[in-house]
Structures are given as C-alpha cells and as structure tokens.
Design a protein around this ligand. Structure first.
Ligand SMILES: [Zn+2]
Length: 399
C-alpha cells in the first residue's frame, strides 16, 4: 500500500458518501464523494458505499485466560465469586492455559471483528507470578503492527489477603504493565482503605492510571466509589481512573445514584459496563446524562467463569443496548459509542476518530447506519490500522 491513497465512496458514521484521503497512516482530508478529481496515478480503493466506523475499542477483557480454540470446558463451578476465582486458579494448570497462545487466539479474533485497541487485565498472583503478563507481553509484541494493547496488572486472587502479591504487582508495573488494577477492596481484600491506598500509591509512583474491578453491591460498592473518588481528586487523576462493572450503580435509588454519579463525573472517574445479563445494570443513559464517561468491553471471552463471548464489540454494543432497553437509533448509537470513543477516552488514545488528522484506523461494514451495524452485526469487510489493511471479510490478512 502506498503512503497516500484515496478511499472512495464510504459513509463515515453513516454520513453521506465521502472520499477519504489517507496519507502516511492518517486521515488527511474528507471530501464529498466525487467532488474532486484526483490526479492520474493516484491510488484509490473503492469503498463501495460501505459504512465507516472508527476502530472498535475493547476497553476491558482478559486475554491471558480465554479458552478460545481449546476443547469445550464443562462448567460445574459454584456461583460465588470466590468459587470462580479459586476454580480458575486450579484450572489454569489442569487445562494448560498458556497465556501467550490464548491471548494470540483472542487477539486474532478481535482484530478480525474490527477491534483495533484493547485494554486487557492480566492476572497477577502468588501461584503463577508474572506468567500471564509475560505471555500477553509476547503477544503484544507479536501483533504490534495490527492492534494496540494496554495491560492492567490485575490482582485477581486478592492482593492484601495474599502476601507477596503487592511485590508482584510492583514488578509487573516495572516490566511492562500500563495500568494498576484492583479488585473488590472490601469483598475480597477485607480492607478498603488499605487496598485503595496501596494501588493508588503504586499508580502515583509509576505515573500510571488505575482500573478497579468493583462487583460490590449497594452501600458497600457506594462506599468504595466514594473512596476511589476521594483518591482520584487528591492525586489529580481525572480521566485516569476507571471503575469496571460498578454493579452498585445499578442497585441505587434515584437520589443516591445522582449523588454518586455527580461525584464520578466531577472527578473524572470513568465506568466500564459490559451489560451482562446476570448482574445489576448501571443505567447507561442516565449516567451519561449525568456526565459519567462510560466505556465497554468483552470481559471474559469463553473462560472458566462462563462459556459466552465472541470478542465482537458490535455484538457488545447490541448487548449493552438490549440490557438498557435501547430501541431508538440515538440510544443504540450511544451504546456503540461506548465501544468506540468511550473506550478511546478511557484509554486516552491519541489520534482516535474519523476526523482529518486522526489515525486512519477504521472498520468498513455493509450497513446503512451505525444503529443498523449494531442490530445486524455484519461481517467486517475491511479493518485498517494507520492506513494499512489488517483484516478483510472477517479474517486477518496476516498474523
Ligand atoms: Zn473483568
């Protein structure tokens, strides 16, 4: 592919047909289709009237422990969080879950589905040490020309309750992790202040963001978010802190919800929601209207917790839509925005979008509008990263 070419006749975000001039991996110009003849010899690619969306952003997944490509795993696990965590730790060894091999399997699926940016949580614990991180780092390097991957050091088995974990987290941050993770400060670690002080101090030391899995319900979850907001404010970490799941936001009456959402919006604490069917639902529309920044992600894709998931962020936008009773186009497009600009904002991506000057990183699908793309989940006709085609007709072009 030459360093300059014109992608003709595409519909950016469903707008009227445009010709997009791409130069040195970036969008140089966007012109009404056919409005300007290009000099003889200009390389062109026929966009066939396809819908153009910015590259999809999976802002929360677990690349190190997917079972994609492995034999079917019969799930007989209990439903308590601790059952799932302990079973998974055992199964990693019994099933031979190789973080490098498994992350590669999901990355290839994700890119073929139009995902160009991934934030993955990677388990750090005293049993497997940094094995998950090392495997995902290897895959990040291997696929660096087709996808951007951000790694969260995630204390899946608990942090303060398992001595040695904090030291491993520190090492993970030194050895390539980009974000400090956390997990249920009260529910798992039994010490909300200790847990949050530890991870925020680590984030401050390394100059990195924070992303906390928070499954805690009602008042307990509310208390955790209040503590997170306090620390975000004290350290000036606006837009660098994410609460993942935040189920308590789906369990509150209007007044306490408005109070908590107001605090999150004011301090720049983001929310990640996946719209899961079995868990309380943070109300995406209400929270957006209250100013909370929201992103979405696949979370676990076919793992020992549950067998569902396909690493498809258009599918995720449909799940978020259905979980939030979104039926209007404008609301469905909001759900899709969680999977594009929402994730880009949480991950602080530079050059993201479909404006001149942005990276030429985008997806082409046969759909009339963005809402149609969410409802239909058509095959990804083409995926480009920085002006280079990386997937075509739902398959990777080259690994
Ligand atoms: Zn997760």
């Amino acid at each position: 592919m030459s360093t300059e070419f014109v992608l003709t006749n595409v519909q950016p975000n469903g707008a009227a047909a445009r010709d997009v001039v791409i130069r040195n991996g970036r969008i140089a110009e966007i012109l009404p289709h056919g409005s300007r003849p290009f000099p003889a010899g200009t390389a062109t690619v026929d966009g066939e009237g396809l819908l153009m969306l910015p590259g999809l952003v999976d802002a929360h997944t677990h690349l190190d422990k997917t079972l994609l490509g492995m034999p079917w795993y019969r799930n007989d696990v209990g439903l308590e969080l601790i059952d799932l965590i302990e079973n998974e730790r055992r199964m990693k060894r019994e099933l031979g879950i190789d973080p490098a091999r498994q992350s590669a399997a999901q990355i290839e699926r994700s890119v073929a589905n139009g995902t160009t940016h991934i934030r993955t949580h990677v388990d750090i614990d005293t049993e497997y040490g940094l094995a998950g991180l090392e495997g995902v780092l290897a895959s990040r390097e291997r696929y660096r020309d087709i996808v951007d991957i951000e790694i969260v050091a995630f204390p899946q088995s608990g942090m303060l309750i398992r001595p040695g974990t904090v030291d491993l987290m520190e090492r993970a941050m030194r050895e390539g992790a980009d974000v400090v993770g956390g997990l249920d400060p009260s529910g798992v670690d039994r010490d909300p202040k200790g847990h949050l002080d530890t991870i925020f101090a680590m984030a401050e030391r390394h100059g990195k963001p924070v992303d906390i899995h928070l499954h805690e319900p009602d008042a307990l979850g509310t208390f955790a978010i209040e503590l997170i907001v306090e620390r975000t404010k004290a350290l000036g970490m606006a837009d660098r802190v994410t609460v993942s799941h935040g189920f308590c936001l789906g369990m509150l009456a209007d007044k306490p919800l408005a109070r908590l959402a107001g605090m999150m919006a004011e301090t720049g604490v983001h929310l990640m929601t996946k719209g899961g069917a079995a868990s309380p639902r943070p109300p995406v529309l209400d929270l957006t209207e209250m100013g909370v920044k929201i992103c979405s992600g696949s979370d676990g894709v076919r793992d020992t917790w549950q067998p569902f998931g396909n690493a498809d962020m258009l599918d995720r936008a449909a799940i978020v839509s259905q979980r939030n009773d979104f039926i209007n186009d404008v609301h469905i497009e909001l759900a899709l925005r969680l999977c594009t600009h929402g994730g880009a904002h949480t991950m602080a991506l530079e050059g993201y979008g479909l404006e001149p000057g942005c990276d030429a990183t985008f997806v082409l699908v046969r759909a009339e509008t963005p809402a149609d793309a969410v409802a239909s989940r058509p095959v990804r006709r083409a995926v480009y990263r920085k002006g280079i085609p990386v997937a075509k007709d739902g398959a990777l072009i080259a690994a």
